[in-house]
Each structure stands twice: as C-alpha cells, then as structure tokens.
Ligand binder design. Structure first.
Ligand code: GDP
Length: 296
C-alpha cells in the first residue's frame, strides 16, 4: 500500500554518492518525500511542518557516512528525530502515593476506554501484584456499568457495586471510600464516554477529578481515527490535566501518525498502546517501533 520511504529517498540521493556532506538542496528534496510519508501516516500538518524544518536543519551539512547511502543516512536522521519527538523512553504509571492511587480514564465513547481500564487493571494485578478496584461512572450509556462488572469478573478484579440512579461524582466518592476502607492499592475510575467533546460531560469530568484528585489521568484515543484523534486530544488536554495517553487499535492498520501528533499536541507521554480486543492485548509504548512504522 505504501512505498517504503527509504526506497523513495534512494532516487533523491543517487547523485549525491561520493560527495562530502549532505547539501541543502538534496536534503530539501528528500524532505519533500518525508513530508508526504508523514502526511500519509496521518501526522497532523502543523506537526509535520515543525518536524521537517527541525530535521532539515539537523541534516544539512552532515558528513556523508561511508558505511551507508545518503538516503539511508537521512532515514536514520528522520528516524532518530521521530523517536526523540515521541519521547525517548518508556514511561510507566506514577502510583507511589498512600493508597489508594487513583487512575481516572477519560475519552470518547467507543475509543476503547472501558476495555483499556480492565487491561490496565489486569496488568497492575498480574505484573505488580496490586489490589485493584474498578468503578464505572458512566451513567449515560446503558449497560456501561455492567460491562465493567463483567470485565471485572473476567480478570478477577473487584468492581464497585452498582447503585441505580447515583450520579458520577457520588459514585466517585463512594468508590474512594470503599477503596480506602477495603485496602485497595489502586482505584480506577472509568468516566462517561462521549460521542464528541461536549461541555456538560467535560464539567462532569472536572468535578470527578476535583473529588478524586487522580495521580494519573489517562486519555484513551483510537489510533485509527487519525486527525480526529488529534482534535480530541487537543480538546481534552485543554480541559483536564492529563498525565498520559493510551492509544488503542494499534493492531489495526493505523500507521502510527496519531502517536506522533498526540505527543506534540498534548505534551504528554503515550503510556500504553492497545493491540487487540483481548484483555492482555496491552503493551508499553515503544517510541522507536512506532517511528519505524510511520516511515514504513
Ligand atoms: P468505550 O466506549 O470507550 O468504553 O469502548 P470499549 O472499551 O467498549 O471498546 C469498544 C470496542 O473496541 C470493543 O469492541 C473493544 O473490544 C474494542 N477495542 C478496545 N481496544 C482495542 C484495541 O486496542 N484493539 C482492537 N482491535 N479493539 C479494541
């Protein structure tokens, strides 16, 4: 479907072989191909512009290495630049507080928020031996609370018992109290999803954050939605103090451009990626893998 960027760049640099340094006109020609590759991977336009400018500056004047072709050299510079922008290392969850640590999950309906809540809960249980409680604050979508309860049974994690008619802030307070009294290490709050960013639900989310004071506020976004994902991230990050992002559906054919935009737009690290519907299909985010994917 996509040409490999390194193949495309081969032609640009053919004439450069044997010369001393990467010249501006050649680098600019190569960057036009890089630009196309990034746009095809769904990286947001302003992010592409900044990136291309930065990388051009870095590349011009670099000595042509003997061991690789100039095309490969530019791919390497671009690759390093992408990895840099995505965040150099894996960033985990910051849960070192007097228990319970609170993780608030936010995002649009259908982004994979509830599934991701259970995935993270399972990971904390299995890998870090934490006692985790989950609570659904989604009183808008029918059966959302039941969905979380079913997932809880699957992974043998406690979910807060459902009380009909209770509103999100009240549920959050009850969850906090229950988690404290019952000695849970982590409480995960699955907030109401929304079809699009709407003020009433944003206010509700802020009210929940006020009473629960989460250590982690994770925005869940669907990588397949490309540019929309970027707008969503930008809207949410203006309204709530996010600590990180989870990108779902990275098992699909998203080329990873959303990942790059996400980091640039929110300034927050991507903490996990969802790679399937199964409960253990969650991975730490590895910037260099995504960089490779963006370049094809
Ligand atoms: P919510 O409305 O945001 O809570 O979304 P759900 O958690 O109910 O997920 C919506 C659908 O997406 C479900 O069918 C999930 O199984 C699926 N899903 C969630 N994460 C992933 C993922 O990483 N990859 C794939 N392929 N499907 C996912």
């Amino acid at each position: 479907m996509f040409d490999k960027l390194s193949d495309r760049l081969g032609g640009v640099f053919d004439k450069l072989r044997g010369r001393g340094a990467l010249k501006e006109e050649d680098v600019r020609a190569a960057m036009r191909e890089v630009r196309i590759a990034l746009l095809e991977a769904d990286v947001a336009l302003p992010v592409v512009r900044d990136f291309v400018e930065k990388v051009t500056e870095q590349a011009v004047g670099q000595s042509v290495l003997k061991s690789i072709t100039p095309g490969q050299q530019v791919v390497k510079i671009v690759n390093d630049g992408l990895a840099d922008m995505l965040g150099a290392e894996v960033s985990g969850l910051e849960l070192a507080v007097t228990p319970p640590a609170i993780i608030m999950m936010v995002g649009l309906q259908g982004s994979g928020k509830t599934t991701t809540t259970a995935k993270i809960a399972k990971r904390l249980k299995d890998k870090e031996n934490k006692k985790v409680m989950m609570a659904s604050l989604d009183v808008n979508r029918p059966a959302a609370q039941e969905q979380l309860a079913v997932l809880g049974q699957q992974i043998s994690a406690t979910t807060l018992p459902i009380v009909e008619g209770q509103q999100p802030v009240e549920i959050a307070k009850r969850a906090l109290q229950a988690a404290k009294l019952q000695g849970f290490d982590v409480l995960m709050l699955d907030t109401a999803g929304r079809l699009h960013v709407d003020q009433q639900l944003m206010d509700e989310m802020k009210a929940v954050a006020d009473v629960s004071k989460p250590q982690e506020t994770l925005l869940v976004v669907d990588a397949l939605t490309g540019q929309d994902a970027v707008n969503v991230a930008s809207n949410f990050s203006e309204q709530v103090d996010l600590s990180g992002v989870v990108l779902t559906r990275m098992d699909g054919d998203a080329r990873g451009g959303a990942a790059l935009s996400m980091r640039a737009v929110t300034g927050k690290p991507i903490k996990f990626v969802g790679v399937g519907e199964k409960i253990d299909a969650l991975e730490e985010f590895h910037p260099e893998r995504v960089a490779g994917r963006i370049l094809g």
